[in-house]
Design a protein around this ligand. Structure first.
Ligand code: ACO
Length: 330
């Protein structure tokens, strides 16, 4: 077991504009009762004032660095988990580094949809084994609204935008923060077509002047995604707890991917996780993809739900399919 990675600081942010269920009632044929009973979501923040992925990453990262007491120019690596960077080139990580006033470091984007944060955390752990002196910024952000069709009621009500960031270093007994005990991530490309954004990729390119089609936006088979999300997220969380001899009784706070309340409740039930240990904020943010777990983690720490000594279990599931789990002791 590698215990050499510690979360020194974290931060989060969301765009200003809020879309409520009442707003959606005016946009598509839906109603608050349907949305709340199927998803638990009441509102979401969306980047309608021109905020970009790098804008949100920057704000969350500045907060995370302040929380860690680490200056931007001490950073050695910058990782950004996102599917919705400002541009294909340059990467969000390069743009974020520049915005933070640093250069000359490794800066790289990672794409694992809603599991992006745990994929980046696992990558950072590996980098810390190679470079024990490293100070690594992981920002996890999606502007999902840039790829949501706001005329499609089956998808548009589900998503919001946001960012979460953490600063990681090698562990040392005098440091305060969240000790990353373990991370487990996985994927299965065979089911990739159940949840896609294909349009604009090299497999489905657009020609100059061509009108965008529905494939430019999130498309999914909701029922199938639901089934796999519940199965994979509960399975990977159970596997990680078992690997360390933990049960739900040992876990103080469970932070699942904030996809929707029914998925979260079904995962909790499968794990036998007491309801009061499950942290949710999807009611006010919707599904923010890669930002979902670090946004919830950062908020749970800020709200003192996570306290010194808390054992935190995280679980993710996203397009790809990708899924993962992490155990962190605060
Ligand atoms: N308002 C009103 N009616 C709607 C809406 C809406 N916003 N969306 C769909 N409906 C209608 C459908 O058109 C359908 O009508 P019909 O029976 O006349 O054809 C009816 O509601 C039932 O549709 P279903 O898709 O079968 O509804 P379901 O009960 O499965 O709930 C939901 C849909 C909430 C999307 C569900 O499948 C789900 O939670 N899936 C998980 C998907 C998810 O969360 N994805 C997020 C991205 S992936 C991830 O992050 C894990």
């Amino acid at each position: 077991m590698n215990t050499s990675c510690i979360i020194r600081g974290m931060g989060h942010c969301v765009p200003e504009t809020v879309l409520t269920n009442a707003d959606f009632e005016r946009m598509v044929e839906t109603n608050d009762e349907w949305i709340v009973s199927r998803t638990g979501i009441r509102e979401r923040h969306v980047a309608l004032n021109g905020e970009t992925c790098v804008d949100l990453c920057h704000e969350a990262s500045v907060k995370a660095l302040a929380h860690a007491g680490i200056a931007a120019d001490e950073l050695t690596h910058v990782l950004v988990a996102t599917f919705s960077a400002d541009a294909v080139i340059p990467s969000a990580a390069c743009m974020l580094s520049h915005r933070l006033g640093i250069s000359g470091r490794m800066a790289m984007d990672l794409s694992a949809a809603c599991s992006g944060f745990l994929y980046a955390l696992e990558t950072a752990r590996a980098l810390l084994l190679l470079h024990p002196e490293a100070k690594i910024l992981v920002a996890s952000c999606d502007i999902v609204s840039s790829r949501v069709d706001y005329t499609n009621r089956t998808t548009c009500v589900l998503f919001g935008d946001g960012a979460g960031a953490v600063v990681l270093t090698a562990d040392s007994p005098e440091l305060r923060g969240g000790r990353v005990l373990d991370v487990l991530v996985a994927s299965d490309g065979a089911m990739g077509d159940l949840l896609t954004i294909k349009g604009g990729g090299s497999g489905t390119p657009y020609k100059l002047g061509e009108t965008i089609r529905s494939d430019f936006f999130v498309e999914m088979n909701g029922r199938e995604v639901y089934k796999h999300a519940v199965r994979a997220m509960s399975g990977v969380c159970q596997e990680l707890m078992t690997r360390h001899g933990y049960t739900c009784a040992d876990v103080d706070v469970f932070i699942p991917h904030q996809a929707n309340l029914r998925i979260v409740e079904a995962v909790g039930k499968r794990l036998n996780m007491p309801e009061e240990k499950v942290f949710t904020n999807l009611q006010k943010y919707g599904n923010t993809s890669a930002a979902s777990v670090p946004l919830a983690l950062s908020e749970a720490v800020a709200e003192n739900v996570i306290k010194p000594g808390s054992l935190v279990l995280m679980g993710t599931f996203g397009g790809g399919f990708t899924w993962g789990s992490a155990l962190v002791r605060f």
